[in-house]
Ligand binder design. Structure first.
Ligand SMILES: C[S@@+](CC[C@H](N)C(=O)[O-])C[C@H]1O[C@@H](n2cnc3c(N)ncnc32)[C@H](O)[C@@H]1O
Length: 397
């Protein structure tokens, strides 16, 4: 087991990941998955009330995610762990150089630590982020269980793992490189050189080359990305069925995919008749159907888990909704305009009523306005307010 871990550590010490450049300024925009309030609202349907949160970035790599965690959660207590000392050194440099620590009032610690031993960490965490890590452990179940045990009662766990259907060509190339490398397997620089030479000679008709060109070539200009993709010593790829088996071992509840628009069957099935039949399927079967119909786009799964029972607020109760106090989702760009980018950077246009509701909500929490107060000033229905909630434009405080 530890041989695999050592090999993974060596890869990321040779090629720390991600190789995002170190900037003299904070990273651009936002990433709602790493904004605790926004992520909590997505998962639980309302704004969290805990003033002080603890966050664990499990397998932080060179700190691109940690930097957003610092930026978006200015009073949080953040622990970022990784087994690669070189990745951690870059992560620390990244945060120092960009200046995000200047306005940060919380606490941040980087630590070289094997996340499989997470139970040894003190206390619990309100938010655990583990992106691109669990599938590289000798046994991912050990990792997900160790982290799940550290989740606070109302906590959220954000995970990203690979999907086998969209990575089929990658797997073939990994095997081809390993065959040629023979007893040089584990020499990652050699692996990158072999891989690049192979790609340079493949005929245009090669499916592996075509996939590389259409999907990955831009990021793979960097050797760190190429190595992470094609010469990795340990990778588990999932499909929907094995993913849910994996999730079930954690004892946590699946909340939703964080790229949930992708997982809408309406995207792929136009016939009303077939859509009706699909409604008979379980949610897991529906997801399976989506990946069977759109396999090449399932390169990964990104999703939230939470401790059961989930208790997601749906705001179907009119009385409850009328007394709730809406605020704007902090993740959006272009406010105060009717045309803006939402939490997912999708362009949206608000109608006049929606705009007026949001303008009043933007005064909260200071003005303490309820939905009832707002609807006494704007000609808008409760369902229109629910639509703003569903689209993550407002959240209830
Ligand atoms: C693909 S990188 C992802 C980095 C970062 N999470 C991101 O998405 O940008 C995987 C990271 O997981 C780390 N890692 C692998 N096994 C680990 C373990 N057992 N404990 C802690 N970190 C680990 C690696 O060193 C590497 O930095």
């Amino acid at each position: 087991m530890s041989e695999v871990r050592n090999a993974v550590q060596k890869l990321y010490n040779t090629y720390p990941f991600p190789p995002d450049p170190l900037l003299d300024e904070p990273p651009p925009g936002y990433n709602w998955r790493w904004h605790y309030q926004s992520a909590y609202n997505f998962c639980k349907g309302k704004k969290p009330h805990k003033p002080q949160v603890r966050i664990l970035d499990a397998g932080c790599g060179t700190g691109s995610s940690t930097e957003y965690l610092v930026l978006h959660n200015p009073t949080a207590d953040i622990l970022a762990v990784d087994i690669s000392e070189n990745a951690l050194a870059t992560a620390q440099k990244r945060l120092e150089k960009s200046g995000v620590l200047k306005d940060f009032q919380g606490n941040i610690e980087f630590r070289q630590f094997n996340l499989e031993r997470a139970r040894e960490l003190e206390g619990s965490f309100d938010f655990i982020n583990s992106v691109g890590v669990l599938h590289h452990l000798p046994n991912p179940v050990v990792g997900i269980q160790a982290l799940a045990d550290k989740l606070a009662d109302d906590g959220l766990f954000h995970i990203f793992v690979y999907g086998e259907l969209g990575r089929w060509e990658i797997l073939l190339m990994q095997r081809a490189i390993a065959l040629i490398q023979g007893d040089k397997i584990g020499d990652y620089r050699d692996g990158v050189a072999v891989g690049r030479e192979l790609f340079a000679g493949l005929p245009e008709s090669s499916r592996i080359l075509q996939r590389e060109k259409e999907r990955w070539a831009l990021e793979n200009q960097r050797d760190e990305c190429f190595a992470d993709m094609y010469v990795h010593p340990n990778e588990f790829d999932y499909n929907i069925d094995s993913l849910f088996e994996f999730i079930n071992t954690s004892g946590l509840e699946f909340v939703d995919f964080s790229n949930c628009d992708f997982w809408q069957i309406e995207r792929l099935i136009k016939s009303e008749d077939l859509r009706e039949r699909v409604k008979q399927l379980t949610i897991q079967e529906r997801y399976r159907l989506i990946e069977l119909l759109d396999p090449s786009n399932v390169t990964h799964y990104e999703f939230f888990l939470a401790k059961p029972p989930l208790n997601r607020e749906t705001w179907q109760d009119d009385q409850l909704l009328l007394t709730a106090k809406p605020e704007l989702n902090p993740c959006m760009l272009g406010w105060e305009s009717k045309s803006l980018l939402d939490y997912n950077y999708q362009p949206i246009t608000l109608n006049d009523q929606e705009f007026e509701v949001m303008k009043l909500a933007s005064g909260n929490p200071q003005r303490n306005l309820t939905v009832k107060d707002i609807l006494s000033q704007v000609n808008c229905t409760l369902d229109e307010v629910r639509s703003l909630l569903r689209r993550q434009l407002i959240m209830m405080g």
